[in-house]
Design a protein around this ligand. Structure first.
Ligand code: TZP
Ligand code: MG
Length: 213
């Protein structure tokens, strides 16, 4: 497995980054302190993901920030991305790990304690847990789990967890108190007038919370 840091995980959605390119948003967000980037585009198809993913791999080269591709293993392998993120209805994690190889990061979305219980830590490197709150970013999302649900699911997980769904800087204390290692966000960075400043504010809030400030 590659090294990774889940503190602040930017999920890039081209629908929300419309006023800027994905590369521009990723660069700004990394300058602001994002520690992971995921390319999530449900309509681009493999060819579109490969094109966008290649540009992002170039932009992130040398930053130490890994690029994870959502759902499309072929695209991830083609661009030699740092990892893949799959949902419960995507390719099974075992198969994804087998085809991805050991040297890559594999993330899995979990929405329930049962799904967290089923995670094999020799297969999955981290889980994304949510949606914590309702969010227009993912119109088909399952009912929000809330902070109590998040806390229970995190406690069940044998691998590090990142929380997702409707998260803003004001949620940092409660999210970290749940035991999640970090926050994954789309609109709190992508849709913002200044993505670098937005990422920086989130990262500072995380740092301050950890150091008890
Ligand atoms: N999975 C669960 S909620 C969500 C995903 C991809 C979208 C989160 O978007 P936002 O804008 O950070 O609420
Ligand atoms: Mg998926």
């Amino acid at each position: 497995m590659k090294a990774f840091e889940l503190s602040l995980y930017l999920v890039l959605d081209p629908n929300l980054c419309r006023s800027r390119s994905l590369v521009e948003t990723a660069r700004a967000a990394v300058a602001g302190g994002v520690t992971m980037v995921q390319l999530r585009d449900k309509i681009a198809g493999t060819t579109g993901l490969v094109a966008a993913g290649r540009a992002l791999m170039d932009a992130l080269a040398g930053t130490g920030v890994p690029l994870i591709v959502n759902d499309d293993l072929d695209a991830a392998l083609t661009i030699n991305a740092d990892g893949l993120h799959v949902g419960q209805d995507d390719m099974p994690a075992d198969e994804a790990r087998h085809r991805l190889g050991r040297g890559k990061i594999l993330g899995l979305s979990v929405e329930t304690e049962a799904a967290a219980q089923a995670v094999d830590p020799s297969v999955v490197d981290y889980v994304g847990i949510g949606p914590v709150f309702a969010t227009p970013t993912k119109p088909d999302h399952k009912p929000p789990i809330g902070l109590d649900g998040l806390t229970r699911i995190v406690a069940t997980s044998a691998v590090p967890a990142v929380a997702i769904g409707g998260l803003k800087a004001a949620h940092v204390p409660s999210i970290l108190a749940s035991g999640a290692y970090g926050l994954a966000v789309v609109s709190a960075i992508c849709g913002q007038p200044d993505p670098k400043a937005a990422a920086h504010a989130l990262r500072m809030a995380i740092g301050n919370e950890r150091s008890g400030k």
